[in-house]
Design a protein around this ligand. Structure first.
Ligand code: NAP
Length: 207
């Protein structure tokens, strides 16, 4: 039996802000998974800043795009997976796909909620962790300034820095994002870089 799936193709290279007309929704039929393969139904996908570059150079016109996604194994002929397993991979922008298992990782939803594997437990968290602790070599008690602090990576950077007993200053592009940084993530100081004097705010934040 085949599985009907819809997928999003890049139909033209966007100029400026991407438009709906730069993409096409295409219906395809997937075959039964062969020996060693799995059929996965995507549940969530992540839309990330790097994708704008792929639209310019990387994704082929007339082909399905890709990107981080979480899905559920519907049918398995692969010993590593069983039906019902949650998996993360990079086959976003489509409802279903067939895989030989390469590039798929099993997700343990008893450790953290499923969606966190596209956030703090996924590439976003790894980027924040690697940037701050491995490349940045953050030390306990230091003062950290995070730009784009209300974004996916920035908000995790701020929270890791708080766990490390650092003083955390963040900037974001709206007052509501600034309130979010202070109220939800407990930054020590936050400001709207579009309306504030940045140097003054940094001095205030350092205390
Ligand atoms: N997500 C990942 O796993 C990952 C991995 C590797 C690298 N990165 C890089 O890390 C950076 C942040 O990524 P993210 O996933 O945290 O993104 P995000 O959640 O979409 O945050 C990006 C933020 O950047 C700010 N911004 C500043 N100038 C902008 C502009 N001209 N257009 C759009 N947004 C602008 C916006 O916040 P304000 O309104 O506050 O300005 C926006 O919300 C990006 O450079 C990304 O390529 C991300």
């Amino acid at each position: 039996m085949t599985t009907e799936s819809r997928e999003v193709h890049l139909s033209s290279r966007p100029v400026g802000i991407p438009k709906v007309g730069d993409f096409e929704l295409v219906t395809t039929q997937l075959p039964e998974p062969a020996s060693g393969e799995v059929l996965v139904q995507n549940i969530y996908m992540s839309v990330d800043p790097y994708m704008r570059g792929r639209m310019r150079d990387g994704w082929e016109l007339g082909q399905v795009m890709d990107g981080g996604a979480l899905g559920k194994v519907i049918e398995s002929n692969n010993d590593r997976f069983k039906a019902g397993d949650y998996v993360s991979g990079s086959r976003g922008w489509r409802e279903y796909f067939i895989s030989d298992g390469r590039g798929l990782a099993q997700i343990d939803t008893t450790l953290a909620p499923l969606t966190s594997y596209l956030g703090a437990m996924g590439g976003t968290g790894l980027t924040a962790y690697g940037g701050l602790l491995v490349t940045g070599q953050l030390k306990e008690g230091e003062t950290v300034f995070v730009s784009a602090a209300a974004g996916a990576v920035g908000s995790v950077v701020g929270q890791i820095a708080k766990i490390k007993n650092c003083r955390v200053i963040g900037s974001a592009g709206s007052d509501s994002k600034v309130a979010y940084l202070m109220d939800e993530f407990h930054f020590d100081h936050a400001f709207n870089y579009k309306t504030a004097n940045i140097l003054d705010e940094l001095q205030k934040g350092v205390g």
